[in-house]
Design a protein around this ligand. Structure first.
Ligand SMILES: *[C@@H]1O[C@H](CO)[C@@H](O)[C@H](O)[C@H]1NC(C)=O
Ligand SMILES: *[C@@H]1O[C@H](CO)[C@@H](O)[C@H](O)[C@H]1NC(C)=O
Length: 177
């Protein structure tokens, strides 16, 4: 009786370590097999307007409106261990206080390989403002298209699919139309 139980125990311990090894192999192989996707990001215009921070508030704050277009072929990222992709456009810049900021201004979830050929033209879907309330004296920004791969097994992986070719300056603030 004792020996049967301990055998079952041993067997299940063996099976679960096989399972662990298999899962590890899967996550490693998908990590190694992943090819880099290709993409391009172009900023067509940026407008900075001064706006009230909140309704009924007298404090003013700069809001940036970034018009951009992008193309990306993310199909190489879809393999048997890809559950979905999280794609986002991130602005990286240093504000007037010398603080480096990374702000996500647009994102998209891609669930199927058929939808992984991305073409988008439009403007930021998330509010883009600086914590110092102004973009005045902020250096220019880089815009980078980044992704996370959510696998069925293993860890999230991060990557870059495209980047603006040069830093783009913030224009002077306009007052609200
Ligand atoms: C963005 O749009 C411009 C003008 O329509 C076009 O020339 C450029 O190729 C586009 N870039 C991308 C990355 O789609
Ligand atoms: C923009 O990208 C360039 C090249 O990768 C880098 O040297 C520079 O520091 C970046 N600028 C900002 C504000 O992140």
């Amino acid at each position: 009786m004792h020996s049967i139980l301990s055998r079952i125990n041993n067997a299940s311990a063996f099976l679960s370590s096989c399972m662990m090894a298999l899962l590890l192999a899967i996550s490693l192989s998908s990590f190694i097999l992943t090819e880099s996707p290709t993409g391009q990001v172009a900023i067509s215009s940026i407008k900075v307007v001064s706006s009230h921070a909140r309704r009924y508030s007298s404090k003013k704050q700069d809001l940036a409106f970034v018009h951009f277009n992008l193309t990306a072929d993310l199909t190489p990222l879809f393999h048997w261990n890809t559950k979905q992709l999280f794609l986002y456009l991130e602005a990286e810049y240093e504000n007037s206080k010398g603080v480096k900021n990374e702000v996500v201004i647009w994102d998209r979830i891609v669930r199927r390989k058929e939808d992984a050929n991305i073409k988008f033209a439009g403007k930021n879907s998330y509010m883009f403002r600086d914590i110092s309330t102004t973009f005045k004296n902020s250096a220019s920004a880089n815009y980078t298209l980044k992704y996370n791969i959510m696998p069925y097994v293993g860890l999230l992986t991060y990557g870059e699919a495209g980047k603006t070719t040069e830093e783009i300056a913030f224009p002077a603030t306009q007052s609200r139309l």
